[in-house]
Design a protein around this ligand. Structure first.
Ligand code: AMP
Ligand code: GLY
Length: 435
């Protein structure tokens, strides 16, 4: 089959890398891709938001399956457009993508369907005073969320009531996130450990992929600003078999059922962002796509032919047995540009990419790179995802390999966290000590 991947980050590189290993995949394209993806797929110089051009390309090149990485094309309705032309495409319809596109939709949906999540209320511009009163009833910190897509910046954790009120005002009155902030969610702060669980589903059948853990903060020890994700590992030992079953029973099954009842069955990858609290599992958010950087550690653990599996999802014929359980572990260290997540420079030459990938268990996924005159240059805040995969599942070894490879890479202002996976190692050690 001929496959088109839409997007240009580490997530898309990981998908392309896995698709290259699927003997059923002949031609492989990526729009617009990056310098790393260019080594495995033909790049198509079309922006991910340009649905018309993507559709024309898919028809001309007889693409059998299009796989959409980022959320924007999904919430803009790319799946509906492709399907109306009888083209198979992996991802939810525009209606189903509201699960990520509107936090108001997602929270109301969870409430109606009894899916555990933080206590909340929603407010719009005419309800500012009610919002202020509600904030007074919550313990600190208070979480304020813009309803729509805000490029990962729409969640503000407020340490004082004044900051929470300011956050609401900046969203609904000053419109710092444009229309995305016309409505807001105010909710209680949840304590616990986070986990990202991806479910592949054709609307009724589903398979849960190995649970992962992201590292959202910029600094070691989970300190500093929130980012798109500074590293990840999978499987995350915090999600035991028992907790995984709970997640399926309390979150996944009711979510898929609820979406079917609405007449908008969810098809694609359902990303459940979870907080494992003392009271049980709670949903922080849903995403309508694979997560990044988590995909860089989850996709290498998928045992099976990825193209075939995702095509079966797109066609509504997923056989959960086509995805076998994996005994490997993977860890990804994100190498970012100095200054990220705020201002950073681009265009820096990257060296050591070849040397880093010398170890056969290491893959360097590109997140923000482009090629210029034979050189690979930085082009984004998150630049690379250095990923190590250990077949025997030894996470400690995987972490060691990933860091040794990362040290070989250099560009001006390269920055990465030194503690990716440490939480998992501590947990594994405690478990071993108590046995
Ligand atoms: P979201 O985009 O909703 O996942 O939020 C981004 C990040 O904010 C999450 O990954 C959490 O780290 C944090 N967060 C969101 N909602 C809450 C909450 N209710 N309690 C604690 N942390 C939260
Ligand atoms: N890793 C967080 C996300 O993909 O949204």
């Amino acid at each position: 089959m001929n496959v088109l991947v839409v997007g240009s980050g580490g997530r898309e590189h990981a998908l392309v890398w896995k698709l290259r290993r699927d003997p059923g995949v002949q031609k492989l394209y990526c729009a617009p891709g990056n310098a790393g993806i260019a080594q495995l797929a033909d790049l198509v110089p079309v922006n991910q938001a340009d649905t018309n051009s993507l559709l024309t390309f898919a028809r001309q090149e007889r693409i059998d399956l299009t796989i959409v990485g980022p959320e924007q094309p999904l919430t803009a309705g790319i799946v509906d457009r492709f399907e109306s032309h009888d083209l198979a495409i992996f991802g939810p319809s525009q209606s189903a993508a509201r699960i990520e596109g509107s936090k108001v939709f997602a929270k109301d949906f969870m409430k109606r369907n009894g899916i555990p999540t933080a206590r909340y209320k929603r407010f719009s511009v005419s309800e500012i005073h009610e919002a202020e009163s509600f904030i007074q009833t919550l313990h600190l910190p208070v979480v304020v969320k813009a309803d729509g897509l805000a490029g990962g910046k729409g969640v503000i954790i407020c340490e004082t009531q004044k900051l929470a009120i300011d956050a609401v005002q900046s969203m609904v009155l000053d419109k710092v996130f444009g229309n995305a902030g016309e409505r807001v969610i105010i909710e209680e702060f949840l304590e616990g450990e986070e986990a990202s669980v991806f479910v592949l589903t054709d609307g009724s059948d589903f398979v849960t992929l190995p649970p992962a853990q992201d590292h959202k903060r910029i600094l070691d020890g989970d300190l500093g600003r929130n980012t798109g994700g500074m590293g990840a590992y999978a499987p995350a030992p915090v999600v035991t078999e028992k907790i995984k079953r709970l997640i399926e029973e309390e979150v996944v099954v009711p979510t898929l059922e609820g979406m079917r009842k609405l007449g908008t069955p969810y098809r694609g990858c359902l990303y459940c962002g979870l907080m494992l609290t003392e009271e049980g599992v709670k949903v922080l958010e849903y995403n309508c796509r694979f997560g990044d950087p988590e995909t860089q550690v989850v996709v290498p653990l998928v045992e099976g032919n990825l193209g075939e599996i995702l095509l079966s999802v797109a066609k509504g014929k997923l056989d959960p047995r086509s995805v076998a359980p994996s005994s490997s572990s993977a860890v990804c260290i994100v190498v970012a540009s100095e200054g990220y997540p705020d201002h950073y420079e681009v265009g820096k030459e990257i060296t050591g990419l070849q040397a880093a990938a010398d170890d056969i268990d290491v893959v360097v996924f590109h997140a923000g790179t482009n090629q210029h005159g034979g050189k690979v240059l930085t082009s984004g805040g998150r630049v690379l995802g250095v990923t190590a995969i250990e077949k025997n599942g030894n996470l400690e070894k995987a972490i060691g390999k990933a860091y040794r490879a990362t040290e070989k890479i250099a560009f001006e202002g390269a920055y990465y966290r030194r503690d990716i996976g440490r939480k998992a190692l501590n947990r594994l050690k405690v478990t071993a000590d108590t046995q």
